[in-house]
Design a protein around this ligand. Sequence first.
Ligand code: ATP
Length: 233
Amino acid sequence: MLQLRNVETYYGGIQALKGIDVLVDKGEIVTLIGSNGAGKSTTLKSVSGLVKIQNGSIVYNETEVSNKPAHETTLLGIAHVPEGRRIFPKLSVKENLLMGAFSVKNKSVIDQRMEKVFRYFPKLKDRLEQKGGTMSGGEQQMLAIGRALMMEPNLLMLDEPSMGLAPIIVEQIFEIIKELNQEGITILLVEQNAFQALQIAHRGYVIQTGEIKLQGKGNELLNNEEVREAYLA
Ligand code: ATP
């Protein structure tokens, strides 16, 4: 479904990605783990078109998407939930969700999608008129994921969905990621919480200073000595 080949991305003179190869097959949960500044977020941004790549290729469902602008990758079915859950704080929950369906004109389709989002996140239904910015961190993360679901993506890219959340909420978010995947959404998950990410992932990649250091099945990486020492300690 998604193939990155030899992708190189720079911020000015700083090379954030030094030629990485990542493959995500349809139906998988694939996780990218690694420490701060390793290049995980940049990988997602390179796919969704938030940053330009200098070299390599990114193919999504047989279409070359490298350096396509973000609104085009969205329309192709790639949803990106950025780090720090960038919801619109001044807009209501409902308005935030509607932003996710910007390309849909048919009201009944929008309503159906919203009902689907409420099945995963019933709390959002009770808070429709509340301003996004007044929700708790966990609720905002749920809203950010809900907004992404409003475009019925085929590929959902999540950047550190567990960041800053209480353990019980983290559990819930990981459960929902698993459910979304079981319903057919392919997931590319960036996490510092390597232990939990590898537990739900089919496969994972360890990224270090812009390069892929290791890759394997989720449980293989969980049991890998190097991974245990560096990321699971
Ligand atoms: P984190 O979890 O801390 O965000 P990460 O693995 O997602 O880590 P990236 O955010 O992709 O890492 O950053 C990769 C490298 O690119 C780092 O060295 C970072 O300092 C640099 N970088 C990221 N964004 C920018 C930017 N807007 N301008 C300059 N350098 C940047």
